[in-house]
Design a protein around this ligand. Structure first.
Ligand SMILES: [Zn+2]
Length: 237
């Protein structure tokens, strides 16, 4: 690199082609280098069941909306089985169901085409999304300057990463474990999601089976510490 190049760094800003044409009413403030002052980011917030992921997702949506930003909320297989994000503490918000064929980029482009700004996406239950959806999230950040905040489980009932969660760990600008502690019956911090069928911890089966964390559910999930997850010990609940 020459001295001249060091003095005048090459601008790596994207030319912002195509998508910008459809960004009605979305003139982001730009710095002298042509890049948006607000750098978009892909952030993944993860934690076991019951740790308040959906609550945090809705709180984040509220916080951004209060600042005049416009966002879309998406989900997949919410416990309500409807197109909404519901939380265990009673909050609910309408949401777009992420189906197999849904392209998150189209979602944003269609919104822009209708003159509706989209500054960010809140993607709840992101570990249930397809890998393509995670790639689309990254593209929305990099090419469209849309913030994407994804919330989800890291591991399944076998304690293995969900493919979508793994991809988020690989691609996200930042990854944060949600700090609301869920306790195992023993008082240790809960880490893993055990699937319980007929009162026993099961370790084989489909990766995604709808269940709940209430005792009466046919298939239920219980958050355990690693020690008791590995032992399959439900603590006589
Ligand atoms: Zn325990």
């Amino acid at each position: 690199m020459t001295d001249d190049a060091a003095a005048a760094p090459i601008c790596l800003a994207r030319p912002l082609p195509g998508p910008d044409d459809t960004r009605a009413g979305c003139a982001a403030a730009r710095g002298v280098d042509g890049r948006p002052l607000h750098a978009a980011a892909l952030k993944f917030f993860w934690g076991p069941m019951d740790c308040g992921k959906s609550t945090m997702a809705l709180q984040m949506n509220y916080n951004h909306a209060r600042q005049g930003r416009r966002g879309l909320v998406t989900t997949r297989i919410d416990r309500s089985l409807g197109p909404q994000v519901t939380t265990r503490i009673g909050l609910a918000h309408s949401a777009i169901e992420v189906t197999d064929g849904l392209d998150l980029r189209d979602l944003v482009r269609d919104s822009w085409a209708e003159g509706v700004r989209v500054d960010y996406l809140i993607c709840d239950e992101a570990s249930f999304y397809d890998l393509e959806h995670i790639e689309q999230m990254a593209e929305l950040v990099d090419n469209y300057d849309v913030d994407v905040y994804a919330f989800g489980l890291a591991t399944d009932f076998r304690s293995c990463l969900f493919p979508a969660a793994q991809r988020l760990f690989e691609l996200a600008d930042s990854v944060a474990r949600i700090q609301v502690e869920v306790l195992c019956w023993c008082g240790r911090e809960g880490l893993l999601n055990a699937r319980v069928v007929g009162g026993r911890v099961v370790r084989e089966g489909e990766q995604v089976v709808i269940g709940d964390t209430v005792d009466t559910a046919q298939v239920r999930y219980q958050v355990l510490c690693r020690r008791h997850y590995r032992a399959g010990d439900l603590g006589g609940r």
